[in-house]
Design a binder for this molecule. Structure first.
Ligand code: ADP
Ligand code: MG
Length: 702
């Protein structure tokens, strides 16, 4: 059968219906996808050693002859050993295979093989356990650099390797070259065919590096091109000029003097909004740095010009909290602050929408509900997205479309993020935004003390909770799951883990245990994302009012919630969370004048997981934590599953590819400058690729 790029994988030899299904799980249905299914690692099996010369401590290939027929022994049920001695001119090697009885028939005395495995030395005796092997004269997986693919249950690396090998041999040559030749030449990039061959089966590591460079560049190039087009669509054109007002009038509303960093960012915002071009600004500030004040300032400016502001929060709890604190702050200035969340009654919603359309509400606060088509504004001039990583690029674009309803120019956009984003990633995700950084915390904060504590010291943690509550403080206890075996509640990846891990603490049952057995004398309540908005609101406000001592919760409290009297946060199954997420959770405490604590409970013994958690104990610098997180988990995972609405990057290792990213970005921009819609025939392939890349991000190319 002739294999083409379109050949379905179930027509490949060795792939039946069952395997085809499993491959589909990896996103693989057609031959063309194999070409871009990149290895996650490589094993250098080029060098073939003699028994004596083989280095210890890493896997290597050894050429040797079976000196005897393999001996099969059944030690006990479920444990079979195959053993034999292999030799070459100068030495002997003892091989042991566990539970691979087929080896008894696969290896023949007197034949030569290549064995790939780790050589161990016991005295003068050399040994190898469970090596891979093949006949010395029919080598396929030894004597070369071997790709290691991401796998799933039922799909071995061996199978993947044979599939990609067929795909590359049949189709690498027909893979379309989509990079314009001028760009390829200018940046010294390899051709598509070379890149596909060598990313899978490199002859040398230099060839691999050239392939990787080319493919990473193209990935970043198409991404940059898409983002640049998005930015252009959003309009670099004219915006609403919101004149500045004397800053002191705003400062007089605040109960505290702003920090220098807050002042600086306020000035940057005032400058943007007065410029007559639409503001597109990201404000990054660590948890507790006081971003809300800055948003309030922008809304105050807009209201002064008779315009409306929409503030989107990621959760209803947070929307309500913003509504309370911003009403208190801005009402004295004559600004009407409204709330629009799913938790309101139909009637309340209708009235709020009416007031909004009539232009009576100056600042509306809500969640995604604000982008529903029923919501109309009269003079929307400013959109603030709080904790923006929960809002996709597409959602931002949809909200921006709102102002066009009233025939208004595009609105100013202010994005606030507490997730310090490594520079490389920020360049990509916010390639279209200006960035302000609040790099200063309000005075008088003492850093949160953080401890990593093993399960078996749980009792001490309980005593500690009791002691702090005795001193009048409050505590959060965070669990990874809502309740045992509930259906998916939009908690994404955590649920998959929760199902597979019965030991994970579940909010409702755990809260019950704490309430009845551990802290019968304390006031314990729970909070999770599946509760009705009214219930959530009730729990949160009584916690804020000090009527609850211990709040057992999922990560719904992760973002933004502000209860200064809470001085302790305990995170159960801490190893399940990402570092940046734990840092966010920790930001829930240390907001008042009391010394605060963060206790990370874990039962892991894995040195890697423990080291990861200890990073958190050793620093409170959000940027350092974010870098570490990026290194450990990769960009795809960084914000949870695709919440940022950007295409997944297959290759680009963003912690190291800053230079390549800048080159790709410059190339994309200059191409778009000469051909903004990519309409020239020679640029069609680029447009096609960008379209496909952003296929999941609606609203960008229509
Ligand atoms: P975040 O940046 O995490 O959103 P918030 O805006 O919620 O931080 O502010 C955290 C806390 O710090 C709030 O209680 C807020 O009132 C307080 N705060 C903000 N700015 C200052 C300041 N300049 N001086 C003192 N307290 C401040
Ligand atoms: Mg906040």
């Amino acid at each position: 059968m002739a294999i083409t790029l379109d050949t379905p994988l179930d027509q490949f030899p060795g792939v039946g219906e069952a395997r085809a299904k499993k491959l589909e799980k990896l996103g693989l249905t057609r031959c063309a996808q194999l070409l871009t299914y990149f290895p996650r690692d490589y094993e250098d099996r080029r060098e073939i050693y003699s028994i004596r010369s083989a280095p210890l401590g890493r896997k290597v290939c050894v050429r040797a002859m079976a000196a005897e027929h393999p001996r099969l022994a059944r030690i006990r049920r479920g444990l079979e050993l195959v053993q034999l001695r292999v030799v070459d001119q100068a030495g002997a090697l003892h091989l042991t295979f566990f539970n691979q009885s087929y080896v008894e028939r696969a290896l023949r005395a007197g034949e030569e093989y290549i064995f790939f495995g780790m050589v161990e030395e016991h005295g003068s005796r050399r040994a190898m356990v469970n090596p891979i092997f093949e006949p010395a004269d029919r080598r396929n997986t030894t004597g070369r650099i071997i790709p290691v693919y991401p796998l799933t249950a039922g799909i071995s690396n061996h199978l993947m390797l044979s599939l990609t090998q067929r795909a590359v041999e049949a189709c690498a040559g027909s893979a379309q070259e989509t990079l314009p030749p001028s760009i390829r030449l200018e940046h010294g990039l390899a051709q598509a065919e070379f890149a596909y061959r060598n990313i899978h089966f490199p002859d040398t590591f230099q060839a691999l590096e050239l392939a990787r460079q080319r493919l990473t560049f193209e990935e970043l190039f198409y991404l940059s091109a898409g983002l640049t087009m998005l930015k252009t669509r959003r309009g670099g054109g004219s915006g609403q000029a919101v004149p500045s007002r004397p800053q002191n009038d705003f400062l007089a509303l605040l109960p505290f003097p702003p920090t220098g960093a807050q002042l600086r960012v306020m000035e940057e915002i005032a400058g943007d909004m007065a410029s007559g071009r639409p503001m597109n600004r990201l404000v990054q500030g660590d948890v507790g740095s006081g971003k809300t004040v800055v948003a309030a300032f922008a809304a105050w400016l807009a209201a002064g010009a008779g315009c409306q502001t929409a503030l989107m929060a990621p959760t209803e709890v947070l929307a309500e909290q913003h509504w309370r604190s911003l009403s208190a702050l801005l009402r004295p200035a004559g600004i009407w602050v409204g709330l629009l969340t799913g938790g309101l009654t139909q009637k309340e919603k209708r009235e709020t929408r009416k007031a909004l359309a009539a232009g009576e509400i100056d600042l509306i606060i809500g969640t995604h509900a604000l982008i529903s088509p029923q919501v109309e504004f009269r003079r929307l001039a400013l959109i603030v997205a709080d904790e923006q990583h929960r809002f996709g690029v597409a959602q931002r674009a949809a909200l921006a479309g709102k102002s066009e309803q009233g025939g208004m120019p595009p609105p100013h956009v202010l994005v606030m993020s507490a997730t310090p984003i490594p520079r490389t990633l920020a360049l990509i995700i916010y390639g279209d935004l200006d960035v302000s950084i609040i790099d200063q915390l309000p005075p008088g904060r003492t850093p949160v003390e953080t401890y990593v504590v093993h399960e078996d010291k749980r009792q001490r943690m309980y005593n500690f909770v009791r002691r702090l509550v005795g001193e009048g403080r409050q505590a959060y206890i965070i669990c990874p799951a809502v309740e045992e075996k509930a259906e998916d509640g939009g908690q994404g990846g955590q649920w998959a883990q929760a199902e597979a891990r019965p030991d994970l603490k579940a909010v409702t049952t755990y809260a019950e245990t704490l309430r009845t057995q551990v802290f019968p004398d304390l006031r314990v309540a729970f909070l999770h994302g599946k509760m009705r908005p009214r219930e959530k609101e009730a729990v949160m406000s009584s916690f804020a009012a000090g009527e609850i001592d211990v709040l057992v919760s999922t990560t719904v409290v992760e973002v933004g919630v502000d209860v200064p009297n809470a001085a302790l946060i305990v995170v159960e199954n801490a190893e399940c969370f990402g570092l940046s997420q734990l840092h966010q959770l920790r930001g829930r405490v240390g907001r008042g004048k009391h010394q605060s604590y963060c206790v990370l409970i874990t039962n892991t013994r894995s040195p890697d997981s423990l080291a990861r958690l200890r990073t958190l104990a050793s620093t409170t610098d959000g940027f350092r934590i974010a870098e570490e997180d990026l290194k450990l988990r990769g960009p795809g995972d960084f914000f949870g599953s695709r919440q940022h609405g950007l295409p997944q990057l297959a290759l680009a290792d963003l912690s190291g590819d800053l230079r390549l990213l800048q080159e790709a970005q410059a190339a994309a921009r200059s191409l778009l400058q000469s051909d903004p819609g990519l309409t020239r025939p020679e640029n069609r392939p680029v447009l096609e690729r960008v379209r496909r890349l952003f296929a999941d991000t609606p609203d960008i190319f229509n």
